[in-house]
Design a protein around this ligand. Structure first.
Ligand SMILES: NC(=O)c1ccc[n+]([C@@H]2O[C@H](COP(=O)([O-])OP(=O)(O)OC[C@H]3O[C@@H](n4cnc5c(N)ncnc54)[C@H](O)[C@@H]3O)[C@@H](O)[C@H]2O)c1
Length: 322
């Protein structure tokens, strides 16, 4: 198979590319290298089955040829990370929504399968955990820009499902929960690489709010297995599917665990959200996926525990510092 991977120089995309090449597929990546890095694909860019196009998914004519010439599309290109979203609000919305519009229109023209990566953020402030794909969403007001990411991704989902409804375009929408592992950048506000770097440098670790908000972290290797299986699963067409871990930890607990594992002397500081993201920033308390649907579709569940994830991330940050 020849796959087009948008955002393939990013954290998840680069792991996905390696996995597809290892399975004997051809991979074409389009990436504008905005948050992605060439180093992420350095190990595979000489592979005979791999090609990188540096460009944007917003470039319609370029995308036309790429979608036409592939058999299926993994659409991962997106503005990502709370920090970047708060700092570049216009770009966030246009990259997410217009990029997906281009991909879906071209996929419809050439009748190509598309897997779209959405996010658990679309559940918003709902406290109805575990989150089921067809459950209600609860998002904040449009004056609070944090919700723009969730809304733009939700609009992507509507658009993908509309293509399925209208023309039976084979689309799969994956709602990713926090995904972590080697190569994830700390630069855009990703919590684990950030805490690990701080801990290894014995610098203070900043926990936002009271630190009692919790998250479930899934290893990128597990996530990639789910993506590869879902794009091959006809029963997933026209469906939204959660992908994530159910092992929950508070952010304060995470900071403490990382400090212990790295034998760090870092102080753990609590920092008000407002001092980092401005007045009125809203966060969600808990985010736990229901894995019923993905279990029924492909029998998937994460294999790696939080301790496995942290061990990998610590080794990765240590290696990149040498
Ligand atoms: N990492 C997570 O925890 C997480 C959680 C939920 C959803 N997701 C989704 O998974 C996908 C991949 O995220 P990631 O964590 O690997 O982030 P990432 O920033 O590492 O990857 C995104 C990639 O898209 C590229 N990109 C951005 N705009 C582009 C454009 N206009 N044209 C071409 N390429 C462009 C970036 O350069 C980058 O390589 C995204 O769609 C994201 O919304 C990730």
């Amino acid at each position: 198979m020849r796959y087009l991977v948008t955002g393939g120089c990013g954290f998840i995309g680069s792991h996905l590319c390696t996995r597809l090449l290892d399975a004997g597929h051809e991979v074409v990546v389009i990436d504008d290298l905005s948050t992605g890095r060439f180093e992420n694909i350095e190990a595979i860019h000489q592979h005979a089955g791999f090609r990188l196009i540096v460009g944007s998914v917003l470039e319609h004519d370029l995308m036309d040829g790429l979608v036409r010439d592939c058999e299926a599309v993994f659409h991962l290109a997106s503005a990502v990370g709370v920090k970047l979203i708060m700092e570049q609000p216009v770009q966030t919305i246009s990259t997410i929504f217009q990029g997906t519009d281009v991909v879906l229109k071209l996929a419809a023209r050439y009748r190509k399968r598309v897997l779209l990566t959405s996010t658990s953020e679309v559940y918003g402030k709902s406290e109805n955990v575990p989150f089921h794909e067809d459950g209600d969403r609860l998002e904040g007001p449009t004056s609070k820009h944090r919700w723009a990411y969730a809304c733009a991704k939700a609009l992507d989902e509507f658009l993908a499902l509309a293509h399925w409804k209208q023309s039976r375009l084979p689309v799969i929408v994956v709602r990713l929960f926090n995904t972590v592992g080697p190569r994830q950048s700390a630069q855009y506000g990703m919590v684990i690489p950030n805490f690990v770097r701080r801990a290894l440098a014995n610098e203070p670790i900043s926990v936002y709010g009271d630190g009692q908000q919790s998250r479930c972290f899934c290893h990128v290797a597990d996530v990639v297995e789910a993506l590869v299986a879902l794009i091959e699963c006809p029963a997933a067409h026209g469906k939204v599917v959660n992908v994530g871990s159910t092992e929950e930890i508070t952010i304060r607990g995470l900071a403490e665990r990382i400090r212990t594992l790295t034998k760090s002397e870092s102080e753990i500081r609590t920092v008000p959200y407002a001092s980092v993201f401005g007045e009125g920033f809203e966060d969600m308390q808990r985010r736990i996926p229901s894995l019923d649907r993905i279990g029924e579709l492909i029998g998937w569940k994460p294999r790696k525990s939080l301790d496995d994830i942290l061990a990998d991330c610590i080794a990765d940050v240590r290696a990149s510092a040498t």
